[in-house]
Unconditional design. Structure first.
Lengths: 177, 105
């Protein structure tokens, strides 16, 4: 149920305007080209958040965390691009990707108003929530829906990486308190 | 040149003699965000050869501070075990990667 899934992700990740949910695809579940697009978009979002953090963060731990996110998500997305090329799949934009991007740009704008310790806290809290939401979507929808074995396997590696990031973010958040 | 071969042979024998008999090299691999084997028993003086097969950087960080090895993507590193004890270690970048190293005296 792609519609329901979009709504669930949106509820978890978007926390915002219900209008965003309305255009969701009527397809039963996301197709591989859509899954590839969503996964890649989710990576780009965290890369952009990390780039912002590199500029605005104050704490050494938060800066280091942002660098780790940048490095890992770039590595995952590089693998994703290599895979779609190999499989001759064109990632297909879809309403979930669009909703994710919209929410992410709103979040970037919101965090851009913060500085120093306030930024550090807000960025790390969002990293915890964001990875949690993406992991939930990977586990319950994206991985089960993926039909290509290599795509499924890459998503499974991604899940382990992002679960690691979530724990890392939780650790950094605890240290900031 | 038999003489040269002989001296190389002697050098090798001498080199073997200065290495303590029990010292071993143990390989621990990180692949697909998993540490394997996850439970290793070694002895003080043994060398751990950490092998990172992932495209991601990892670390082997002892909870008790005994070691903290950084492993760039697709690289390996070695460390010599100096202290006995059961050491829990993890990857700082992905704390869900956890394992135990038991070092016997």
């Amino acid at each position: 149920m792609f519609t329901r899934w979009s709504a669930a992700v949106a509820a978890a990740i978007l926390l915002s305007s219900p209008a965003l949910l309305e255009g969701a695809s009527a397809a039963d579940k996301p197709t591989d080209p859509q899954i590839a697009h969503i996964a890649y978009t989710a990576g780009v979002i965290d890369i952009n958040a990390a780039k912002q953090a590199q500029k605005r963060a104050k704490s050494k731990d938060v800066k280091a965390f942002a660098e780790d996110m940048l490095r890992d998500h770039e590595a995952v997305n590089k693998q994703a691009l290599a895979l779609v090329k190999k499989l001759n799949v064109t990632p297909e934009d879809n309403d979930t990707s669009k909703a994710l991007s919209k929410q992410a740009s709103d979040k970037l704008a919101e965090l851009d108003k913060l500085d120093g310790a306030a930024f550090d806290k807000a960025y790390v809290a969002n990293e915890v929530a964001y990875h949690k939401a993406v992991n939930g979507a990977l586990e319950t929808q994206l991985i089960p829906s993926a039909s290509n074995a290599e795509l499924k396997s890459l998503l499974q590696t991604g899940l382990k990486i992002f679960q690691g990031h979530q724990q890392h973010a939780e650790h950094v958040a605890a240290e900031l308190k | 040149m038999p003489e040269r071969l002989a001296s190389i042979a002697i050098a090798l024998v001498l080199a073997a003699m200065v290495t303590p008999a029990h010292a071993a090299t143990i390989e621990i691999t990180m692949e697909n965000l998993e540490i394997s084997p996850a439970d290793v028993t070694a002895k003080v003086g043994d060398t751990i050869n950490w092998i990172n097969k992932d495209v991601f950087a990892h670390t082997a960080t002892a909870k008790n501070g005994d070691f903290d090895v950084t492993l760039p993507p697709k690289k390996s590193a070695t460390s010599v075990l100096k202290k006995a004890g059961a050491i829990d270690y993890y990857c700082r970048y992905h704390p869900n990667m956890k394992a135990t190293l038991k070092v016997e005296p």
